[in-house]
Design a protein around this ligand. Structure first.
Ligand SMILES: [Mg+2]
Ligand SMILES: [Zn+2]
Length: 212
């Protein structure tokens, strides 16, 4: 992991040659609207390891630190939700019942979420819910009784943070090895782990933050 994955600095443009860049004195949280009222998570590749078109609850494996991170949000009174594209349903590779069974297993392992939003459509359906469209983020915000602007979306690919932006929410990217460099490059905020994403959202902590 490169240094830009572990630190974020300001002021280097004003530093002379050989002068170390000044670490920004303003805590990140102060520069933002503050702690979100709700955090919406992508499922595959973000909360659980991605098993393409998984219909088997036995194959659900949470990413490291997921339960603890979610419990910290819950303890802080931050609402949680899941927004997940499941085009395997449209492709006939999965049934909605299988997706629901996998989602139930996710809750068993990670605790309850305030809302689940599932898009069963494929790209050709041109629906309003499939990320990067904002539909699921807006629906989740409505279900949780919060403004989309008070929501953050955490995901592993560009579609997740693009859906957040389209809904007027904050987007945090947690790349995996399959995340495209372009998606990392244009994401508004990038951190290395799900734990670091929750740190950033709860405390504005710079640890693990790449950019904001
Ligand atoms: Mg994903
Ligand atoms: Zn859809």
């Amino acid at each position: 992991m490169s240094s830009r994955h572990t630190s974020r600095r300001h002021g280097s443009a004003h530093a002379g040659p050989g002068t170390p860049p000044e670490v920004c004195a303003v805590p990140l949280a102060d520069a933002r609207a503050g702690r979100p009222a709700a955090v919406l998570f992508d499922r595959d590749g973000t909360l659980v390891h991605d098993v393409p078109y998984n219909g088997d609850p036995a194959l659900v494996r949470p990413v490291e630190g997921a339960r603890a991170a979610l419990d910290r949000l819950r303890a802080a009174g931050v609402r949680t939700g899941v927004v997940t594209n499941q085009s395997g349903i449209a492709r006939g590779l999965l049934t909605r019942a299988q997706v629901d069974a996998v989602n139930a297993r996710v809750e068993e392992l990670l605790g309850p979420f305030g809302t689940w939003q599932v898009c069963p459509h494929g790209e050709a359906d041109a629906c309003a819910c499939r990320k990067p469209a904002p539909g699921m983020v807006l629906a989740a915000a409505a279900a949780l009784g919060v403004d989309p602007a008070e929501c953050a979306v955490v995901g592993d690919i560009g579609r997740d943070v693009d859906a957040a932006a389209a809904a007027g929410a904050r987007g945090v990217l947690v790349p995996t090895p399959v995340t495209l460099p372009d998606e990392v490059g244009r994401a508004p905020e990038v951190v290395g782990t799900l734990t670091a994403a929750v740190d950033l959202l709860l405390d504005g902590a710079a640890a693990g933050a790449v950019r904001a």
